[in-house]
Design a protein around this ligand. Structure first.
Ligand code: TXA
Ligand code: MG
Length: 315
């Protein structure tokens, strides 16, 4: 039995699988099996009020789980497979465990051949959060998944390093389009496709959209183990060798502290793909604290800065 078949069999039996996608690795379970979905929350240590994304192999499966609006159809046709998650009214097929009891469901079609083949072989949509322990940095390689969740999964399918490196954009298209989480699909592209402005939810709006019991609860998501602080724009980098520096282009870095440069040529896509692995390396080096700089706030920069602010506890 090949690895894909082994993974599909584990999912059909209610087990968990590490699944590569173009954004980050997911911890997948059969989305229509409430007991399997609860195992995902338990393995991650994730609170059950934070709902999961349902992954489909193609847009043809959408109506099994959601009720698409005209905006949703337009975006699904233009952006799938790809890093866009749509929050839509759900159908009765989706268990409460997936949506945390909300009347909406988050859905996307991942742009990774192994993920889509896995879902097809399994024959069921897969619920998958990022495959990290709750509150930790998302995994962008199969090794990251094995380190944190190896004991919880039947198989980790190795699809290589993730091409995009930050999670999907979560968009609620109706009644007016709002980005609930900036991610791999840029706001500029969504506005161009829809021909109308797309709002960006702040932390409180996001919590309200999810009806979280404590707004700000998720502020320290995506955090490395070492405390992370954002460098004041324009301020010099500190030279303390006990620190780890996370730089965008690396211009002006002092000699001494350990550092990571996200993209020497200032390319935001390259920086996004490098972000989570760079945070993990600084952590593994045992630095006392991480000082990071924000990147230009357009395109993928919105997602990168969102993750950095959350890691700094300023979600
Ligand atoms: O790129 C990604 O989206 C990755 C890969 C594995 O697909 N998945 C991922 O899942 O990042 P997770 O669980 O780490 O993040 C899902 C986000 C959370 O912010 C959650 O609150 C939001 O989607 N979400 C899920 N269902 C929702 C709903 N019904 N309404 C609003 N937000 C929802
Ligand atoms: Mg996550």
């Amino acid at each position: 039995m090949d690895e894909l078949e082994q993974a599909a069999a584990a999912l059909r039996a209610g087990g968990l699988v590490g699944m590569p996608t173009e954004t980050v690795y997911g911890l997948a379970a059969d989305a229509l099996d409430a007991a399997a979905v609860l195992r995902v929350f338990a393995a991650k240590g994730r609170p059950t009020f934070d709902p999961l994304i349902v992954h489909l192999p193609d847009a043809g499966w959408l109506e099994r789980v959601a009720v698409p609006s005209p905006r949703a159809r337009l975006l699904a046709a233009a952006c799938w497979p790809g890093p866009l998650t749509l929050v839509l009214p759900r159908t009765a097929a989706v268990p409460d465990a997936v949506t945390a009891g909300l009347d909406t469901v988050a859905v996307r079609v991942p742009d990774h051949p192994l993920a889509r083949e896995l879902i097809r072989r399994c024959g069921r949509p897969l619920a998958a959060p990022s495959a990290n322990r709750f509150g930790c940095v998302s995994p962008t390689t199969a090794a990251h998944v094995r380190e944190q969740l190896g004991a919880a999964v039947a198989v980790v399918l190795d699809g290589g390093p993730c091409r995009i490196g930050v999670e999907s954009t979560v968009l609620r298209p109706d009644p007016l389009p709002v980005i609930l989480r900036p991610g791999g699909c840029t706001r500029e592209r969504l506005e161009e496709l829809l021909g109308e402005p797309v709002a960006l939810a702040g932390r409180e709006d996001r919590a309200a959209a999810l009806a979280l019991p404590a707004p700000g609860m998720l502020a320290s998501h995506y955090a490395p183990a070492a405390p992370l602080t954002l460098r004041e724009p324009g301020a010099p980098w500190p030279a303390d060798p006990a620190l780890g520096l996370l730089a965008f282009t690396g211009a002006g870095l002092p000699a001494g502290p350990r550092h990571e440069v996200l993209s020497a040529r200032g390319d935001l896509a390259e920086a996004a793909a490098a972000l989570f692995a760079a945070l993990r390396r600084l952590d593994a080096a045992g630095v006392r604290a991480i000082i990071a700089e924000e990147v230009p706030a357009h395109g993928l920069g919105l997602a990168i800065n969102d993750r950095l602010r959350r890691a700094a506890g300023k979600g």
